[in-house]
Design a protein around this ligand. Structure first.
Ligand code: ADP
Length: 451
C-alpha cells in the first residue's frame, strides 16, 4: 500500500485513531482528523503536536468532494452505512478500518479470535503460549492495543494475536487471518446489528477472505459455527470436549491433539468452568497449527490462572478460596460461574438495577450453592427472584465489605466464596474493573485477620 503523500481522513480521536495516525505518518502519509463532536482545546493541541490537521463536518465533506482524500480510516463506532461512508464511497475514497490498515501492512502472522464470549481469555492465553515458546507475539485489537502500534515492528517470524469484535469484523474488506477462530455465537449487540443474521454475518467475516493455506478452528459440537466453517477456503480443524477429533480434544484425564498426541492433563489447568475448557481447547488447537511446542503449551497452561475479574482466584484464606468474577455483568455469565465449582459455594451478587431478569439464573443455581449474599441497587429484585424460584438461603448486605465478611463467617475449609454480580457496576463504580479491584482489596484486607 502506498503511503507517501497520500491523504488519510481518520474518523475519531481515540486510541486506535491516534495509533493509526502515528503509523501513517511514519510512512510519509498526510493525516486529517474528523469526528462527529467538536474537538476540545486539549485535543486541538494534541493534533498540532502530531503535526496534522483536524476538520469539522463541512471541512471533511469538502476534502472528500474535492477529491483530496485518498483513504477514509473509520473506527468500529462508525457504521458502514453512515452518511460519511456513503459520501466517501460515492467519491471513490477507499474506506478502511484501523484493523485493516494494520493487518494489510504487517509481515507478522495474523491470528484472529472472535466470539460472543471468551475472546479476551483466548487471546491472552494464546499470546502467552506463543511468547512461552520464545517467539515474539503481541495481543492486539479489541483487547485494547491497536494493531498499528506494532504492525511496523513485527517481522515475518512474529505473531499478532488479534481479539476481534463483531463491530471490527463488520468493517473488514480484506482481513484474512492465517488462523481464525469463532469461539461461540449467542445473541448480543443486536442494537447495532439489528438481526441475529447480521451479527452472524459480521462474525463470519473473519473467514471471508481466507485462502487455502489458512486455517479455521471450530468447535465440533457447535452446529452454527460448523455451518459457518463450510464457507472458508482454508482448512477446518475441530476441537471437542467429547470425542477424538482433528484438533485438541479431551480423552479421559488428558487433553490430546489429533492422533493421540498428549498435550497436558486436564487437572493441571487452573481455569475454572466448562466454558474455559472450551477456550483452552480452541487455544491449544491454534497453538499447534502455529507450530508451538507441546512443552511451551503445557508450561504456560499450567501457570495461567486467568485474567483479572474473570473467575480469577484472588486468595485462599483459612482454606477458603475467594474468586473475583466482576466481569459477570449479566445473569448468563453468573450461571456459568456458579456452575464452575464442585465445592460448597457462597455467592456474592448484585449491582446496578437495569433491565435484567434473574429468574433463569436463580432456577439454575446448583445444589452446592449454600447461601447468596446480595448487595447493591437491585438487591430487592434479586431477593424477590430467589424467594419465587430459588431454594437457597439469601442474606442482604449493606456493602460489599459486609457481604465478604458474611461469606467469610459462613464458609468452611475447602469452600469457595464467589463474587459474580450478574449486574452492571454503575450503581457504585466507574466500571467492572474498579468494582473487581474493590472486591480484591476487601479480600486482601481480611487476609491474616481472625474470623
Ligand atoms: P470477551 O472478551 O469475549 O468479553 P472474556 O474472555 O472477557 O470474553 O470473558 C468474559 C465472560 O464470558 C467470562 O467471565 C465468562 O462468564 C464468559 N465466557 C468466557 N468464555 C466463554 C465461552 N467459551 N463460552 C461462553 N461464555 C464464556
Amino acid at each position: 500500500m502506498e503511503f507517501r503523500k497520500k491523504t488519510f481522513l481518520i474518523v475519531g480521536f481515540g486510541i486506535s485513531a491516534k495509533s493509526a495516525c502515528d503509523f501513517i505518518m511514519a510512512k510519509g502519509g498526510i493525516v486529517y482528523f474528523t469526528k462527529n463532536t467538536a474537538f476540545q482545546a486539549s485535543e486541538v493541541e494534541e493534533i498540532r503536536n502530531l503535526k496534522c490537521e483536524y476538520l469539522d463536518f463541512e471541512g471533511q465533506n469538502k476534502l472528500i468532494l474535492q477529491g483530496k482524500a485518498d483513504y477514509l480510516v473509520v473506527s468500529p463506532a462508525v457504521p458502514l452505512n453512515s452518511e460519511l461512508c456513503k459520501l466517501a464511497r460515492a467519491n471513490k475514497v477507499e474506506i478502511m478500518s484501523e484493523v485493516e490498515l494494520g493487518t494489510m501492512n504487517t509481515k507478522a502472522t495474523i491470528v484472529g479470535i472472535t466470539g460472543t464470549n471468551g475472546k479476551t481469555t483466548a487471546t491472552t492465553l494464546l499470546d502467552a503460549i506463543i511468547r512461552g515458546d520464545n517467539k515474539v507475539s503481541k495481543a492486539v485489537g479489541n483487547i485494547g492495543v491497536p494493531i498499528t502500534k506494532y504492525a511496523n515492528i513485527l517481522t515475518q517470524d512474529d505473531f499478532a494475536v488479534m481479539e476481534l469484535s463483531s463491530f471490527q469484523l463488520e468493517e473488514t474488506t480484506s482481513l484474512k487471518p492465517h488462523v481464525a477462530c469463532i469461539l461461540n455465537i449467542t445473541p448480543d449487540h443486536l442494537d447495532r446489528h439489528k438481526t441475529m443474521e447480521n451479527y452472524i454475518e459480521a462474525k463470519s467475516n473473519i473467514i471471508k477472505y481466507q485462502r487455502s493455506n489458512d486455517y479455521f478452528v471450530c468447535n465440533l459440537h457447535d452446529e452454527l459455527i460448523c455451518e459457518i466453517a463450510k464457507k472458508t477456503k482454508g482448512k477446518v480443524v475441530y476441537f471437542s470436549h467429547l470425542q477424538k477429533t482433528s484438533g485438541a480434544y479431551i480423552d479421559g484425564e488428558n487433553i490430546c491433539y489429533n492422533n493421540d498426541e498428549f498435550i497436558v492433563s486436564v487437572n493441571s489447568i487452573n481455569l475454572r468452568g466448562a466454558h474455559n475448557l472450551q477456550n483452552v481447547l480452541a487455544v491449544i488447537t491454534m497453538a499447534k497449527i502455529l507450530g508451538i511446542s507441546n512443552v511451551a503449551i503445557a508450561k504456560t497452561l499450567q501457570a495461567f490462572t486467568g485474567i483479572e475479574h474473570r473467575l480469577k482466584l484472588v486468595s485462599v484464606i483459612d482454606e477458603v478460596s475467594y474468586f473475583n468474577d466482576s466481569k459477570a455483568t449479566n445473569p448468563d455469565s453468573t450461571v456459568m460461574a456458579v456452575n464452575s465449582f464442585k465445592e460448597d459455594l457462597y455467592l456474592i451478587m448484585g449491582g446496578m438495577d437495569s433491565d435484567l431478569d434473574y429468574s433463569k439464573l436463580v432456577k439454575n443455581f446448583p445444589k452446592n450453592l449454600q447461601r447468596v449474599f446480595v448487595v447493591g441497587e437491585n438487591s430487592e429484585k434479586i431477593v424477590k427472584a430467589i424467594g419465587k424460584y430459588g431454594a437457597v438461603r439469601v442474606t442482604r448486605a449493606s456493602t460489599l465489605r459486609e457481604g465478604v465478611l458474611l461469606a467469610r463467617y459462613f464458609a468452611k475449609s475447602g469452600d469457595v466464596v464467589l463474587f459474580s454480580p450478574a449486574s452492571k457496576s454503575f450503581d457504585k463504580y466507574k466500571n467492572f474493573e474498579q468494582r473487581g479491584t474493590h472486591f480484591v482489596s476487601i479480600v486482601e484486607s481480611i487476609n491474616g485477620k481472625r474470623k
